[in-house]
Design a protein around this ligand. Structure first.
Ligand code: ADP
Length: 378
């Protein structure tokens, strides 16, 4: 049996699918946006994922198409499906992850717990929401946001004027998403893999720590997560995966509120930063699992290999400092740390790699992971 997977998008998520694909004996091909991207070692084409002809030509040689990101336009996805290409996740599911307003509406239909929200088209509607929610709220652009870009806490309706102006200029009569400002004690993430046949595999719920809107660290499983919390998180993850018909990996980002409720923040339908720990800390990594899911192969065991795992992102420092120049010191001092790099030029604040450490003592695991990552900081 030949297994040929085509990944649209040449970023680090595609890159990290390469090693498990090789291990499985699957052929992996990547449609990269440009030469020299993270996944360029498997890139068989460079082209624009917004162009249906380009993506159709790329898809001709593979059994299944999957994604490094959620930005492939619906008309391109529809063209693939019309041409008989197997696309996972499919256009309907992916559409929910592409637009935060669509996501909120679908989560409401599915009865999922989430912050109060509204679609607002102008200052008056935003002011009305603020008046109803204690004078502060979070405004989000529905599309294209990442790492906290496109998210703004506002206490006056005028603070979103520039975004309303941009929406008006786009001429699509669009709206912004406004949400209550959630009083959360921490952020969690629940990952679930789902096959086209419906089989699901649930990962342990993890704690994610953001700094400046960017994921900095992940602890797996989430500390102080009792059985009830883990069960509620898992049931949210499986209900979303089933309700939306997700195929492949799904990550549900959650707020744990100070009164111990879980509310959905957002969804990602692909391997996710919150699951990088699984490369070294789980029996089946999220990247292998994603491939198994999109190829409709039986899913792997999601159990942790150690009581605790921690992932610390490496953010780029000065452009002249190569990551490789730090390998000798970090590997010498932290032999338990697993270094993963993305083949990206280090620019300040850019995610260029991560460290994973697993073990039985959380304090020691956290110390080792942070200390190893700090070698790359300056
Ligand atoms: P992005 O798509 O850029 O990742 P998110 O919607 O995940 O944006 O928001 C980024 C961060 O902003 C979240 O991780 C959280 O810390 C904060 N945030 C988002 N929505 C809310 C909210 N409704 N209440 C409080 N904080 C929020």
């Amino acid at each position: 049996m030949s297994l040929k997977v085509g990944v649209v998008g040449g970023g680090q998520l595609a890159r990290m699918m390469i090693a498990p694909a090789v291990e499985l004996g699957a052929h992996i091909r990547v449609l990269a946006e440009a030469e020299g991207m993270s996944a360029s070692l498997a890139a068989s084409a460079v082209g624009d994922y917004r162009d249906a002809e380009t993506v159709l030509a790329f898809a001709r040689d593979v059994d299944v198409i999957t994604f490094d990101h959620e930005h492939v336009p619906q008309d391109v996805l529809a063209a693939l499906v019309d041409a008989g290409v197997s696309v996972h996740p499919g256009p309907h599911a992916l559409g929910v992850a592409q637009d935060k307003l669509v996501m909120r509406a679908r989560m409401e239909e599915l009865g999922m717990p989430q912050p109060d929200w509204a679609a607002v088209t102008g200052r008056d509607e935003l002011q009305a929401f603020l008046d109803d929610h204690g004078g502060r709220a979070v405004v989000k652009t529905p599309r294209g946001g990442y790492d906290g870009k496109g998210v703004r806490v506002v206490s006056a309706a005028t603070e979103a004027d520039d975004w309303f102006t941009t929406l008006a200029e786009d001429g699509n009569g669009g709206a912004l998403l406004v949400e209550e400002l959630v009083d959360f004690s921490r952020e969690l993430a629940q990952q679930v893999a789902r096959r086209p046949s419906g089989q699901m595999a649930v990962y342990p719920v993890v704690e994610t720590v953001q700094r400046g809107g960017v994921c900095a660290e992940v602890i797996a499983p989430a500390p102080r997560a009792g059985e009830r919390l883990a069960e509620v998180a898992a049931s949210i993850g499986t209900a979303v995966a089933e309700g939306l018909g997700v195929t492949g990996m799904l990550a549900v980002e959650l707020f744990e509120t100070t009164d111990e409720r879980l509310l959905i923040n957002e969804l990602a339908m692909r391997p996710h930063n919150s699951g990088h720990w699984s490369q070294d800390g789980a029996v089946t990594s999220q990247f292998e699992q994603h491939l198994r899911a999109v190829l409709d192969l039986p899913l792997g065991d999601t159990s942790p290999r150690a009581p605790w795992s921690m992932m610390v992102n490496i953010l780029g420092g000065p452009a002249e400092a190569s990551l490789e120049s730090r390998f000798a010191s970090v590997m010498d001092e932290h032999p338990a740390a697993k270094v993963h790099t993305y083949g990206k030029a280090p620019r300040p604040g850019r995610k260029v790699g991560h460290i994973n450490v697993s073990g039985s003592d959380l304090d020691d695991v956290a110390y080792q992971a942070r200390a190893a990552a700090s070698h790359f900081e300056d």
